[in-house]
Design a protein. Structure first.
Length: 522
């Protein structure tokens, strides 16, 4: 399940797999959802004969803050109406650990369980597995342990596995990532002898999915040594909203044993996913059930508000930032644009950390999602703090205009006493004529219910040498009005920014802001 930027949700009720590419589905999964778009039931047809072979049911228990604390998964593995297995996943409300308990025969007794111990950044440093009906004090028989190591972006770069809990590491997995925190290389030393027994390498397409995987593996058993090399080529198809609808995977490879190399017969697997948009989800802006008359989003889940931009006839039309804004929870940034030429638009998402601190000026800009035609980026920030998120909108990524069309704002992750800004829009799109009134509207909220005050201002000469010395001009002083009508006096490119605070007399160091570019021309 994937949420759109403004409250609705894309759901995948049907997933089909054609394992031999003969045009007939060999397995089908049907998903059913709760009113809040969480998965409630899964039905599996393992052989594509039209009969359901297995069921699973998921129920959630929530705390007073609206976050789940227990997830119960019940599985009927043979579709005979009797639950065969039950698993419970629970987490402490302070995020210090989570527990998975398994009742493998659904007799009411926990047969195995595991603990994940989290560090200050809420990532699991250790996971311990136990057998027996142990309680949360860790009783039972310790059977295995994982020890995790992370990089500065909280990516897991090393997993040391003690498979029998004897204090000796039996297997080590090393993982490398690209600038977007995606796996590019996974190396496995399966017997901890200092040599890699398998190496897996991934490449990604513009949509962010894996399009090529190479696997080299060495296996030793009974005095024989075998090597294998497999290549998986994936062609991914996306719908207009950027969600994957079809994957065609072709596998080729070879195996070598005792000096003899044998080619493996190529195979092709086709997987397709049916996506539907759930219009019943509540709009996060107006808190009304999603509908076309809501006025906040259009029928495709995009924003119909507009924010102008500049550069090569391109306008960033809108921006929306949504999510729980909790630690290690994804935030979704959605932007749309308009090209006067009608050309395809490309979007690049990036951020700079430490906003509101001295480190901000020297911190690097980090790419969240490279240039692609997908206008939505779902991203998990590496740690709590304030980030400036910016999106570039161009028609030719290889030839960026000097006055880049951009739009973006502040994202505050973790505890924050400041308002959260969700959307900026205006009543026109494209280039605006001088002396033509433009009405801007901002959507923001405060977790404590306090009043929010907004201040609107601009800076002229964007994309010219004069920009750095031009003054910021107040369009509308602080007030509780969430809209501003303004007439730009001259032709040119402007940066428009809005501040949102609880106390205009005491602005925070990390000012909540959102803004973008606008072009005025006859």
């Amino acid at each position: 399940m994937s949420s759109n930027a403004f409250g609705g949700a894309w759901l995948s009720p049907k997933i089909e797999t054609d394992a031999d590419a003969d045009g007939v589905s060999d397995s089908i999964i049907y998903n059913f959802y709760n009113d809040d778009c969480t998965l409630s039931e899964m039905r599996t047809d393992n052989d594509g004969d039209g009969n359901i072979d297995a069921y699973s049911y998921t129920t959630y228990t929530y705390n007073s803050g609206g976050y789940y604390v227990i997830v119960k998964l019940e599985q009927d593995l043979d579709a005979n109406g009797t639950i065969d297995q039950i698993a419970y996943t629970s987490q402490n409300t302070d995020g210090t650990r989570f527990v998975v308990e398994n009742d493998s025969d659904a007799d009411g007794t926990i047969d195995s369980f595991s603990y994940s111990f989290l560090d200050d950044a809420n990532v699991p440093t250790t996971m311990k597995y136990y057998e027996g009906s142990g309680a949360y004090d860790g009783s039972g028989t310790l059977t295995a342990v994982h020890y995790y190591t992370y990089d500065a972006q909280c990516n897991e770069i090393q997993d040391e596995y003690d498979s029998d809990a004897d204090g000796q590491v039996d297997k080590i997995t090393y993982t490398d990532y690209d600038e977007n925190c995606r796996h590019i290389t996974v190396k496995v030393d399966s017997d901890n002898d200092g040599e890699n027994d398998s190496i897996t390498q991934h490449e990604y397409d513009e949509g962010g999915l894996i399009c090529r995987t190479e696997i080299d593996k060495v296996t030793e058993a009974y005095g024989f040594k075998a090597t294998s090399h497999f290549v998986y080529e994936m062609v991914n198809t996306y719908n207009e909203s950027g969600y994957n609808t079809k994957i065609v995977t072709t596998m080729t490879g070879s195996q070598t044993m005792s000096g003899q190399t044998v080619a493996v017969e190529p195979t092709t697997i086709i997987s397709s996913t049916t996506w539907v948009y759930d219009e019943s989800a509540e709009c996060e802006q107006c808190e009304e059930p999603y509908a076309s008359e809501c006025g906040c989003v259009d029928g495709s889940g995009g924003d119909d508000g507009e924010q102008e931009g500049s550069g090569d006839g391109v306008s960033p039309v809108s921006v929306g930032i949504t999510g729980s804004f909790e630690s290690f929870e994804p935030v979704t940034v959605t932007v749309s644009g308009l090209a006067e030429s009608g050309e395809t638009l490309y979007y690049k998402f990036y951020y700079c950390a430490g906003y509101g601190t001295d480190a901000y000026e020297t911190n690097p800009w980090v790419v969240m999602q490279p240039y692609s035609t997908f206008a939505t980026c779902k991203y998990t920030f590496p740690e709590d703090g304030n980030y400036i998120v910016v999106v570039r909108v161009v028609t030719d990524p290889d030839n960026e205009p000097e006055n880049l069309p951009i739009i973006g704002g502040v994202v505050s992750i973790g505890s924050s006493n400041n308002p959260q800004i969700k959307q900026l829009s205006s009543d026109v799109s494209g280039t605006v004529s001088p002396n033509t009134p433009v009405t801007y509207t901002i959507t923001a909220s405060d977790s404590g219910g306090a009043a929010v005050y907004y201040k609107w201002f601009y800076r002229a000469g964007y994309g010219t040498d004069a920009y750095e010395t031009n003054p910021w001009v107040v369009m509308q002083p602080y007030s509780t009005s969430s809209s501003c009508q303004y007439t730009f006096p001259d032709e040119g490119d402007y940066i428009v920014v809005v501040r949102a605070v609880n106390d205009p007399d005491n602005e925070p160091a990390a000012l909540p802001i959102i803004g973008g570019t606008v072009t005025c021309s006859e």
